[in-house]
Design a protein around this ligand. Structure first.
Ligand SMILES: *[C@@H]1O[C@H](CO)[C@@H](O)[C@H](O)[C@H]1NC(C)=O
Ligand SMILES: *[C@@H]1O[C@H](CO)[C@@H](O)[C@H](O)[C@H]1NC(C)=O
Ligand SMILES: *[C@@H]1O[C@H](CO)[C@@H](O)[C@H](O)[C@H]1NC(C)=O
Ligand SMILES: *[C@@H]1O[C@H](CO)[C@@H](O)[C@H](O)[C@H]1NC(C)=O
Ligand SMILES: *[C@@H]1O[C@H](CO)[C@@H](O)[C@H](O)[C@H]1NC(C)=O
Ligand SMILES: *[C@@H]1O[C@H](CO)[C@@H](O)[C@H](O)[C@H]1NC(C)=O
Length: 139
């Protein structure tokens, strides 16, 4: 049994996935922002099937979807050829709100391998109304 476990361990070391994403993205309210994510696998067979997901806050938490939830109608995803051939799992969030500020995690499952990145912190700052008010005050 131990030998079998060691064998399984070696196989999983030989076939691995690494998911990389930007650490910080700064944006202003109303912007369209790209959350970059890419993966690296060193399996010998080329990938033909897989999927990717983005979560807010934590893995398996709120999923970023264009059809339901907070991001309804505000999400663009890469097409399957970009995903399979260019290893891109990036998404674009449109018309971002201050309340979108937070951590976004990219998860990729491809060729029977699965992994997630360390998260992107999206910081959405508001309009500069407060700043202009301040200037006006001191004119
Ligand atoms: C995958 O990467 C590991 C560690 O970098 C390496 O030891 C292994 O040989 C690679 N496997 C393939 C199939 O390229
Ligand atoms: C994610 O964080 C871990 C631990 O800090 C680090 O070892 C790993 O390289 C990071 N991954 C990426 C893709 O930056
Ligand atoms: C984002 O903004 C913070 C503070 O405003 C700044 O320190 C950081 O360098 C910026 N990061 C990027 C990637 O623009
Ligand atoms: C996301 O939803 C919007 C509004 O319903 C729609 O116009 C857009 O085509 C959708 N995008 C995707 C990638 O499905
Ligand atoms: C996928 O998207 C890229 C970049 O937007 C585009 O060049 C390519 O033609 C698209 N491929 C398909 C199959 O739609
Ligand atoms: C990858 O996705 C497939 C299909 O959704 C699932 O059956 C499989 O368990 C996933 N693999 C991993 C390692 O999570």
């Amino acid at each position: 049994v131990l030998r079998m476990l060691m064998f399984a361990g070696i196989i999983s070391l030989l076939r691995s996935i690494k998911v990389s994403q930007s650490r910080i993205v700064n944006a202003s309210e109303g912007d369209s922002v790209t959350l970059e994510c890419s993966y690296n696998i060193n399996s010998s067979n080329s990938a033909t099937i897989g999927w990717y997901k983005w979560y807010r806050h934590l893995v398996n938490g709120e999923q970023i979807s264009n059809t339901t939830g907070n991001f309804k109608g505000r999400v663009s995803i890469t097409n399957s050829s970009e995903f399979l051939e260019k290893s891109s799992a990036s998404i674009v969030l449109h018309n971002v709100l201050i309340s979108d500020t937070g951590i976004y995690i990219c998860e990729v499952n491809i060729s029977e391998l699965s992994g997630h990145g360390n998260g992107t912190f999206l910081y959405v700052k508001g309009e500069t109304i407060a700043f202009y008010a301040f200037l006006f005050l001191f004119k």
